[in-house]
Design a protein around this ligand. Sequence first.
Ligand code: FAD
Length: 411
Amino acid sequence: MSTPEFVIVGGGLAAGTAAVTLREEGYDGHLTLIVAEAHKPYIRPPLSKGYLAELDESELWVQQDDWWRDHDVEVRTGQHARTLNLRGRSVELEGGGSVPFDRLLIATGATPKKLDVPGGDADGIHYLRTIEDSRGIREATEDGEKKVVVVGSGWIGMEVAATVRGFGNEVTVVSHAKVPLSTALGDELGEVFAQLHLDHGVRLIRGAGVEGFGVSDGRVTSVRYDGGEVEADVVVVGTGIQPLVRIAQDAGLQTEKGILVDAGMRTGVDGVFAVGDAADPMHPVVGQRLRSEHWANAIGTGRTAALNMLDRGVEYDDVPYFYTDQFDLGMEYSGYRPLMEDAHVVYRGDVPGREFVSFWVTPDGRVVAGMNVNVWDVNEDVQALIRAARPVDESRLADPSVPLGDLVAGA
Ligand code: FAD
C-alpha cells in the first residue's frame, strides 16, 4: 500500500493544530501545509494586544521552527492554493504545480472586510490580520503622538484602541453600533467595555456610520461619518471579517456563512474537511450551525478534523469560548450566543469595580453563557454549568460565597 498524502491548505492556528495533532496521534504519512503567508503557523490574538505592544514574537508560533523539521512536515510557505480538484484529488497552486492528496483539510481562515467608501485606499488606513499588519500599526502609532481613529467597536477595534491608547495616542472609536461589543455580549455588558475605554480617555462616537475619509497628498487626514468628522493621522479599520471560502465554493463544496461541515468537520465530499474561521460547523448540542471566529474554535475544530482524518469518529461539541485583554481588564467568555436572546443577566461580584462574573440565564433558569471579568480559574465551572443545562437558584448563582462547583453538582 502506498503512503497516504494528507494536505492542509492554510497556515493559521487551525491548520497548525491539525498538523500537530496528526503527528501526535501517530500519522506518519506525508503531510504538506500550503501556506499563503511567509510564516509558519502562528496565532493572531497577540497581534492586537501583546505583540502590538511589545513586538515579542516568542508567543506567536504554534510550534518552533525545528518542530516542523523534526516531525517531517512539509510547510510550503508563500504558496497560494488556486484550485481544489476534488475529483482528481489534487491542489493546484498559483504560479503552477500541483500537490496530490488522499485527504484534504481546508483551513483558509478569513480576511478583514474592506470599507468601500471614498478615500478608503489612502495611506495611513490600516487593517489587521497578519504579523505585517500589526507591525505596520505599531510603527504608525508607537511614538504616542498621533490622532488614531479606530473604525468599528468589535473585538479587534476595541483591543487596538486600548493598546494604542497605551502608547499615549489620542484615540477615537467610531462605530455604527450604539454599544461596543454588543453583537457578542449584548448592550448591558457591552457598556462595561464602553465605560472601561472612557475611563482610559478613549473617545467613543456611537451610532455613526463611516461615509468616507478626508485625504491630502494621498494620506488620510480625517474620518467622515453621518453627523460629523474627526481628524485622523492613523486609521485602523476593524469592521469584521470575510471567511475565505472561494476556492471551496469553486470546487463545488457547499457554503453559507462558511464552508458547511458536520460536527466532525467533514464537508459533503469524502475525505475533505474544513475548519476554523472558514468553516460553518453543525454544533451537536445546540442542534444548529455555530460559526465561530475565535482562537479556541480554531484549536478545537483543527484537532477534531485531524482525528477524523484518521477515522476516529469524533465530534466537536465544546461550548464556544473566547477571551480578551483591554487595559487592566482581562476576561473569558463561554456560551451559546444564539441562546442568549431571551436570557437575563445575573451578576456575582463587583461590577463597578470590574471584578465579577456575569451569567446569562434563560426564563426557565438555565445558564447559557457566562463571562468572568478579572476573576480567574472559574471558566471551567462556568462551562460545566452551561453543559449541565439544568435550572439554577439565581440567588445562589449571585452569591460569591457559594462555590460554582456546588451549583454544577446541583447541590
Ligand atoms: P487564519 O488564522 O486566518 O489562518 C488562515 C491561513 O490560511 C492564513 O495564513 C491565510 O493566509 C492562509 N490561506 C488562505 N487562503 C489560502 C490559500 N488559498 N492558499 C494557501 N493559504 C491560504 N480570538 C480569540 O478567541 N481571542 C482573541 O483575543 C482574539 N484576538 C484576535 C486578534 C486579531 C488581531 C485577529 C486577527 C484575530 C483574533 N482572534 C481572537 C481570532 C482568532 O485569531 C481566529 O479565530 C483564528 O486565527 C482563526 O484561525 P484559522 O486558522 O481558522 O484562520
